[in-house]
Design a protein around this ligand. Structure first.
Ligand SMILES: Nc1ncnc2c1ncn2[C@@H]1O[C@H](COP(=O)(O)OP(=O)(O)O)[C@@H](O)[C@H]1O
Ligand SMILES: CC(=O)N[C@@H](CCC(=O)OP(=O)(O)O)C(=O)O
Length: 261
């Protein structure tokens, strides 16, 4: 199936997404493309953990996930956040189906490092048949990043990593990270285009840090496959429009000739 567009909606920007954004996602469908939404919800999880007085910490950009934390993450992501995105899609004339990576083994994971991170998973396989079946019914899948391992245990997945795994497995045409900044910022300005080589350098220089790291790592992973670019755009003014690329940063592979230095 061609025309698959994986759209990762970050928790940082969910409240800023406009009706025009959702209408443009629905419009993609009408143009014969196949949007698949993968969402995060970090800030909502933080708020709920605080309310419940459950402590959590981030290690290497990933939330250390105890059983207690996992319960809360699932409640927030699969419940409130997932259903809000389904509702926004429906409010804008689309038909969405909300599900999590643990449904029908959609995202099978292996633990990243149980001792260090608890129940944090790295996707190892994606039930692409399920996504194809939903797309074939003209539905827009809305996926929460909760995975399941081979024994049926649930795991928390970083949403950028989950989106990249879906894009890779579905051989998507596009992967777009929708977040709360205009792209990769350097000296306060959004870069129009960066190569994989630039990204490594920016991480080393500290230009790229925190929540941007899993995003660019996920992008680089996808660039090893058939995707020729990945975009990072701001949810405040992200709108898909025919013939015009989204504004933001485009991450591309460096051409072989350019990489000889
Ligand atoms: N070079 C950079 N350019 C832009 N944002 C950056 C950069 N380095 C780190 N960041 C941080 O990454 C954040 C986006 O990641 P994150 O908060 O995890 O968002 P999301 O919930 O959308 O995944 C930005 O708000 C910013 O604080
Ligand atoms: C393992 C891990 O860190 N999982 C993330 C899942 C949500 C997420 O990634 O949300 P954003 O896209 O809003 O950052 C978490 O618990 O916060």
């Amino acid at each position: 199936m061609s025309g698959i567009v994986v759209i990762k909606c970050g928790g940082s920007t969910l409240n800023d997404l406009s009706d025009e954004f959702f209408q443009s996602v629905v419009q993609l469908k009408r143009q014969g493309k196949h949007p698949v939404i993968v969402h995060g919800g970090g800030p909502d999880i933080n708020r709920m953990l605080e309310q419940l007085e459950i402590k959590s910490e981030f290690v290497d950009g990933l939330r250390k996930t105890t059983t207690e934390v996992l319960d809360t993450v699932e409640m927030v992501l699969c419940g409130r956040v997932n259903k809000q995105i389904v509702k926004r899609t429906h409010d804008n004339e689309g038909l969405a189906v909300g599900l999590a990576g643990c449904d029908a083994n959609l995202l099978v994971v292996k633990p990243v490092n149980i001792e260090k991170l608890g129940f944090v998973g790295q996707p190892v396989s994606v039930n692409t048949d399920l996504i194809h079946a939903l797309l074939g019914q003209d539905l827009i899948p809305v996926i929460a990043p909760i995975g399941v391992d081979e024994f049926g245990t649930h795991f928390n997945i970083n949403a950028d990593t989950a989106a990249a795994a879906v894009a890779e497995a579905m051989v998507a045409d596009e992967l777009v990270f929708v977040t709360d900044v205009d792209g990769i910022l350097k000296d306060g300005l959004a870069l129009e285009s960066v190569t994989d080589k630039d990204v490594y350098q920016y991480i080393e220089d500290g230009v790229i840090y925190g929540g941007m790291i899993p995003k660019v790592r996920a992008a680089l992973q996808c660039l090893k496959g058939p995707l020729s670019f990945v975009r990072i755009v701001n949810g405040k003014h992200a709108v898909f429009s025919a013939g015009e690329g989204l504004k933001g940063t485009k991450i591309t592979k460096q051409k072989a000739a350019e990489s000889v230095s």
